[in-house]
Design a protein around this ligand. Structure first.
Ligand SMILES: Cc1cc2nc3c(=O)[nH]c(=O)nc-3n(C[C@H](O)[C@H](O)[C@H](O)COP(=O)(O)OP(=O)(O)OC[C@H]3O[C@@H](n4cnc5c(N)ncnc54)[C@H](O)[C@@H]3O)c2cc1C
Length: 395
């Protein structure tokens, strides 16, 4: 590693590592990733890894579509598997959201996403344990599913290292240093000053305290999310991921045969300290989730709670990421993924590498401008043109 790398990336989560790999693929190989703990030990470690393209924001849908194709070909592209389980993906909506679903599918078809509407009978065949009576319409992505975010992050690290990227773990960055003209010139990491041409902050919710001393106030907060693992009574492995936009929860299988159940109701977010939060689901959350699950999956053989945990989304006011240059020259932000960061991670790396190397993107459906930091000050949040009633901004 050179004493002054071209690019320093702060944070060895899935996004920092994807960015490192993408930069190295463009020939920017003198890249140093600094991780305060171990790789992928932040939000990435808690990810449900759901892979779907069902977004209302076209750039996000296109990024997810791009990501899906990288996951499908991970062995060839990254040199190792990323745990992608191509179970398929179903999203169901109530009558109030049918028009939005149709509009979103029309947009998805323009992008080229493999998605179709699917009948109640067909969903019933895929989820025979479900009561589907309160749904009005469904969309089905046969190529969706879920991956392993930890494994995927490690695969990005492996591919980046092969191209010459250096990664240091147990190396917390305590400050970003500015030169006399006010541009970013390096970092202080584990007491050492390291100079670099560009700095990318990819430190999840911890990006905020890194940037605040520079007068750069990132609108990112940590939002605690609780996950339940349910033993259905007999293993279920083949069912598609199910986004239930009536009950506002998502359900996917685990390779163990358990069901992973996550929350899609963000009406009352629980903001938390990402370094100090309860890693167990609360009684009230368990009770509410189990009630919804009982009504949605009444035909499970003998459902019982196996375990629970919690993680933190790094949410922005519009629930979309910040992938952006900043008013400080040579300082870039790659954070605020708001619960979407796994599926779009390959495209995030590409986009960040384009931004840092000042190249135009090649996918006309992915607009770098959508993710600029200034959108918040400009009161131009990135919003879906066809949002789902009740589902907030998460779509
Ligand atoms: C419960 C949960 C479920 C999710 N489910 C899905 C899903 O189904 N599908 C999906 O697409 N996305 C999902 N996500 C979102 C996705 O997992 C995240 O958006 C993504 O993993 C974020 O990656 P990251 O690299 O930005 O952040 P992180 O993984 O948090 O990485 C940031 C890294 O920066 C390091 N760091 C912090 N401060 C410093 C410092 N000062 N110096 C050096 N290093 C530092 C941290 O240690 C950490 O490793 C989920 C997230 C959670 C929490």
């Amino acid at each position: 590693m050179s004493p002054s790398p071209d690019v320093i990336i702060i944070g060895g989560g899935i996004e920092g590592l994807s960015t490192a790999w993408a930069l190295a693929q463009r020939g920017v190989r003198d890249v140093l990733v600094l991780e305060r703990g171990t790789l992928c030990s932040g939000g990435t470690a808690k990810s449900s890894g759901v892979v779907r393209c069902h977004y209302g924001v076209p750039s996000l849908a296109a990024m997810a579509w791009n990501g899906l194709q990288i996951f499908e070909n991970a062995q060839d592209l990254l040199g190792q598997d990323v745990g992608f389980q191509q179970t398929g993906y179903v999203v169901g909506v109530g009558p109030e959201n049918v028009a939005a679903l149709e509009a979103n599918l029309a947009m998805h078809h323009q992008i080229g996403i493999d998605v179709q509407t699917i009948s109640h009978d067909d969903v019933q065949a895929l989820w025979p344990w479900a009561d589907l009576t309160d749904f009005a319409a469904f969309a089905y992505e046969p190529r969706g599913g879920y991956g392993d975010a930890y494994q995927t992050g490690q695969a990005f690290a492996h591919a980046a290292r092969r191209l010459g990227v250096s990664i240091r773990q147990d190396t917390p960055v305590t400050g970003i240093t500015l030169g006399p003209s006010g541009h970013a010139v390096g970092v202080v990491a584990a007491g050492e000053h390291i100079h670099a041409g560009s700095i990318v902050v990819a430190a999840g919710p911890w990006s905020v305290p890194l940037c605040a001393p520079l007068g750069l106030h990132l609108p990112i907060r940590a939002q605690r999310e609780q996950i339940l693992l349910i033993d259905p009574g007999e293993p279920i492995r083949d069912a598609p991921v199910f986004s239930d936009l009536v009950n506002l929860q998502y359900i996917r299988t685990e390779r163990s045969g358990e069901l992973l159940v996550g929350n899609s109701d963000h009406a009352s977010p629980e903001f938390a300290d990402p370094d100090h939060y309860s890693n167990q689901a609360d009684e009230a959350h368990i009770a509410g989730t189990v009630d919804k699950l009982d009504s949605r999956l009444p035909k499970l053989p003998a459902p019982a709670l196996s375990s629970s945990y919690a993680g933190c989304y790094d949410v922005t006011p519009d629930y979309n990421p910040i992938l952006s240059a900043t008013p400080i020259q040579d300082l870039y932000i790659c954070a605020g993924f708001s619960g979407h960061g796994y599926k779009i991670s390959p495209a995030v790396g590409t986009l960040m590498a384009d931004i840092v190397t000042r190249r135009a993107g090649t996918d006309p459906h992915i607009r770098a401008d959508d993710f600029r930091l200034e959108r918040f000050d400009q009161h131009q949040p990135l919003r879906s043109p066809h949002p789902y009633t009740g589902a907030g901004q998460m779509r």
